[in-house]
Design a protein around this ligand. Structure first.
Ligand SMILES: NC(=O)c1ccc[n+]([C@@H]2O[C@H](COP(=O)([O-])OP(=O)(O)OC[C@H]3O[C@@H](n4cnc5c(N)ncnc54)[C@H](OP(=O)(O)O)[C@@H]3O)[C@@H](O)[C@H]2O)c1
Length: 269
């Protein structure tokens, strides 16, 4: 119950890793503000955690491709006097195709969701955390942010590399305070992610050991932030991939990712 009485705001809480964060934080005593686009999902998760853990909840249906959404979420919290003690920046998706296959408005929305909304949320939540002398910020990045860029899903790795570097800078700026920041870098994780980006049939052919359930990703991330680990890679396989990309000569690592992603793209047709 280490978070009893704290308020956690979880983005992308209607499914997958975000919903798992919401359940786990509620189990540890936190009141939960849930946000994503699907209100029915948020309402039913809010009812579930209220029933199971007797915490308070708030559901905020918002689309983070709208640049005003983070401010609307924070205004909704502050209008009821609710602090954001724990911020889980998690909402996201993959945008299939090569860079020039995807029209600019889709890239722009992707960057708003995956980069700008994360930075905006932190700029709104961090001052209050610093003032109150307590804060936890978890940003859900990816193994893709720690290895060379792939072909296809062109901005995905770049957006996740941004989160890793951004989290490192924030953590450096918060040293000595009780505000802790971590980037969690999952690899393949069971969620709706691969249904949304239409790659379920392809990833289903991958060996099971490459996949993790969302629960150990989330439990590891919560331990990492409490222990001051700024970049956390869950799972043995994911750690191995990141280690390999680090120890291989840069051109070899790039060729490895290029080869794997080309194989993936061929299967996408
Ligand atoms: N699953 C993986 O293999 C994997 C691996 C590494 C990193 N990640 C990262 O983990 C995070 C969570 O993904 P997941 O695997 O849990 O996928 P998921 O099950 O598809 O959940 C994605 C969440 O993001 C929300 N979301 C998507 N677009 C949104 C928008 N425009 N505005 C507001 N919310 C939006 C979705 O809610 P609504 O549709 O209701 O809006 C949903 O709650 C993402 O940042 C992803 O990049 C996933």
């Amino acid at each position: 119950m280490i978070y009893r009485g704290k308020w956690a705001l979880v983005t992308g809480a209607s499914a997958g890793i975000g919903a798992t964060f919401a359940r786990s934080l509620a189990a540890k005593g936190a009141n939960i503000a849930l946000t994503a686009r699907r209100m029915d999902r948020l309402d039913s998760l809010a009812a579930e955690v209220k029933r199971d853990y007797a915490v308070e909840t708030k559901a905020l249906p918002l689309d983070f491709t709208d640049p005003t959404a983070p401010q609307l979420a924070m205004d909704a919290m502050s209008s009821e006097g609710l602090p954001v003690d724990i911020l889980v920046n998690n909402a996201g998706l993959g945008l299939p195709g090569f860079y020039t296959d995807v029209p600019w408005p889709a890239h722009r929305d992707f960057l708003e969701l995956m980069v700008t909304s994360y930075a905006h949320f932190v700029s709104l939540a961090l001052p209050g955390m610093q003032e109150r002398g307590y804060g936890r910020i978890i940003q859900v990045a990816s193994v893709a942010g720690l290895v060379p860029g792939s072909s296809g899903h062109t901005l995905y790795g770049a957006s996740k590399a941004f989160l890793v570097s951004f989290s490192q800078s924030l953590a450096a700026e918060c040293v000595g305070s009780n505000v802790k920041v971590s980037a969690v870098c999952p690899g393949f994780t069971y969620s709706e992610f691969h249904d949304v980006n239409n790659s379920r049939n392809i990833v289903n052919k991958l060996p099971k050991f490459m996949f993790m359930e969302a629960a150990p990703v989330v439990e590891g991330a919560l331990r990492a932030v409490e222990n001051g680990h700024v970049v956390f890679v869950p799972g043995v396989w994911n750690k191995f991939v990141v280690w390999l990309a680090k120890v291989l000569p840069r051109p070899w690592a790039a060729a490895m990712v290029r080869g794997q992603s080309a194989k993936f793209r061929r299967q996408e047709g």
